[in-house]
Design a protein around this ligand. Structure first.
Ligand SMILES: [Cu+2]
Length: 139
């Protein structure tokens, strides 16, 4: 049954809605002078294929990119842009403060606590590109 479903999805050319679930997304409120902020969430892949998320778009930011947090040998924390986040088949990936996140750069508007910000993520699975639109609370 699962094999038949998978073949059907392959031929349809569309990543079905619901394959990538986004749990508890939020954007960090920042002071007005801040050039960037971060979005956190848990990405849950309910499909039989790995899903990658290469970033996205938001009306408040010039760029939305996946970033990881790094720690140098001297203990200094830093951040590094990565090509994408991958979520294994039937797996999940948690983006949280001090770890992975989406960086919202070149802020055109400062996200204030209590607001809700649209965020569109670009996903790829099995060679097909899709987008997932989120309404993300700021806190
Ligand atoms: Cu960052």
């Amino acid at each position: 049954m699962k094999k038949i479903l998978c073949l059907f999805l392959l031929s349809s050319g569309v990543l079905p809605a619901g394959d990538l679930k986004v749990v508890d997304p939020w954007i960090r409120a920042v002071p007005p002078s801040s050039p960037a902020t971060a979005a956190f969430m848990t990405l849950v892949n309910s499909s039989e294929h790995p899903i990658t998320v290469s970033g996205g778009t938001s009306p408040i930011a010039g760029e939305v990119k996946p970033m990881i947090t790094t720690k140098k040998s001297d203990g200094v924390m830093g951040m590094e842009l990565v090509e994408s986040f991958s979520i294994p088949a039937k797996g999940r990936r948690t983006l949280e403060p001090g770890g992975d996140h989406f960086m919202l750069m070149q802020l055109m508007e400062v996200p204030k606590a209590g607001r809700t910000i649209p965020l569109v993520l670009t996903t790829e699975s099995d060679g097909k590109t899709e987008s997932v639109t989120l309404q993300v609370p700021v806190r």
